[in-house]
Write a protein that binds this ligand. Structure first.
Ligand code: DHK
Length: 151
């Protein structure tokens, strides 16, 4: 059993990864991303609670839950990045480090995608690496929480 757990939370439309605008988001499915995350976390002895929701309040509930049950959070807020004060407030109250991930380079895209409420509270931000960003986020989070690489 893993010593510690991290939550990997995904916002709206990421359930459609693999078929959604593949020229931007790639062909990898969210199930593939979950597998990558579990492999990456295992290297640091971390367990993963991997979830996706299209609903803002559900994401807030899960961030509150992570406060009790996790040592850190990897969050792709997707479309809520640019709008959600509620998710920002949940992160400010979370008491565990949050790494914000975007598959695409949001700064090279439309102007409205450049501003992130989440970045105001995230400990780190990764964007533009495709789905590899999730594994980079897990490595960074592991360092933040002092989880040593196994083997
Ligand atoms: C995913 C989304 O759904 C968009 O709303 C963001 C982000 C970008 C991503 O790159 O993972 O603007």
């Amino acid at each position: 059993m893993a010593d510690k757990t991290i939550y990997v939370l995904n916002g709206p439309n990421l359930n459609m990864l693999g078929t959604r605008e593949p020229a931007k988001y790639g062909h990898t499915t969210l199930a593939d991303v979950e597998r990558l995350c579990r492999e990456a976390a295992k290297r640091f002895g971390l367990g993963v609670e991997f979830r996706q929701s299209n609903h803002e309040g559900t994401l807030v509930d899960w961030i509150q839950e992570a406060r009790e049950k996790a040592v850190g959070i990897v969050l792709n807020p997707a479309g809520y990045t640019t709008t959600s004060v509620a998710i920002l407030d949940a992160i400010l109250a979370a008491g565990v480090p949050v790494v914000e991930v975007h598959i695409t380079n949001i700064h090279a895209r439309e102007e409205f995608r450049h501003h992130s409420y989440i970045s105001k509270a995230a400990r780190a931000v990764i964007c533009g690496f495709g789905v590899t960003g999730y594994t980079l986020a897990i490595s960074g989070l592991a360092a933040m929480v002092g989880a040593a690489q196994k083997g």
